[in-house]
Design a protein. Structure first.
Lengths: 120, 112
């Protein structure tokens, strides 16, 4: 069974840092692009960025997080990471990672999400 | 960035009745390969989004056939032929043609 599980959320002060992890299982992790999304409380979905499958070696970001957030992956651990620096109150959201099934894109498996709260 | 809009933003439907959601993009999502790169997702209350359709009309595994996706270019539609109670939630369209991926604002569907 394909599964994606995020972890690492919590409460952080403005200007602080946090690192989220996303572990995949049930599929050959290195074959898939992995994307990060977020959803602010009561709001819609926002794409944050992606790491393409290792053979492509490409990482891309939304303008809202570029320069502050860094995405990386470790295929040996079937994991993708989101390092968030210089956090702002507007970064408060549930953060999801999702597997891109590669047919579109098509995000066919999502984690349950992890809540990041940026507040003093 | 490609801007996605949806209408209506909320929909109240009687069980067994049809429902339709429109999605429009600020530029064509038709690739030169002939595919339209738009996905539909449903986020049920308290859950993560789930994929319904990709490339406009290709149904994801496990999605009931009462759901259909259609459209090309800049106009796309999600239809539910007979709404059931389990269909409540927020429906999002998303363009997959360009980076950054962008979503519509969502259409909240509830049952009368």
């Amino acid at each position: 069974e394909v599964q994606v599980v995020e972890s690492g959320g919590g409460l952080v002060q403005p200007g602080g840092s946090l690192r989220l992890s996303c572990a995949g299982s049930g599929f050959t992790f290195s074959d898939y692009h992995m994307d990060w999304f977020r959803q602010a409380p009561g709001k819609g979905l926002e794409w944050i960025g992606r790491t393409k499958r290792t053979s492509h070696n490409i990482i891309e970001y939304a303008a809202s997080v570029k320069g502050r957030f860094t995405i990386s992956r470790d295929d040996s651990k079937s994991s993708v990471y989101l390092q968030m620096n210089s956090l702002k109150t507007e970064d408060t959201a549930v953060y999801f990672c999702a597997r891109d099934g590669g047919r579109g894109p098509d995000f066919d498996d999502w984690g349950q999400g992890t809540l990041v709260t940026v507040s003093s | 960035d490609i801007v996605m809009t949806q209408s209506p933003l909320s929909l109240s439907v009687t069980p067994g009745e049809p429902a339709s959601i429109s999605c429009r993009s600020s530029q064509t999502l038709l690739h030169s390969n002939g595919n339209n790169y738009v996905d539909w997702y449903l986020q049920k209350p308290g859950q993560s989004p789930q994929l319904l359709f990709y490339m406009s009309s290709i149904r994801a595994p496990g999605v009931p056939d009462r759901f259909s996706g259609s459209g090309s270019g800049t106009e796309f539609t999600l239809r539910i032929s007979r709404v059931e109670a389990e269909d409540v939630g927020v429906y999002y369209c998303m363009q997959g043609l360009e980076i950054p991926r962008t979503f519509g604002p969502g259409t909240k569907v509830n049952i009368k």
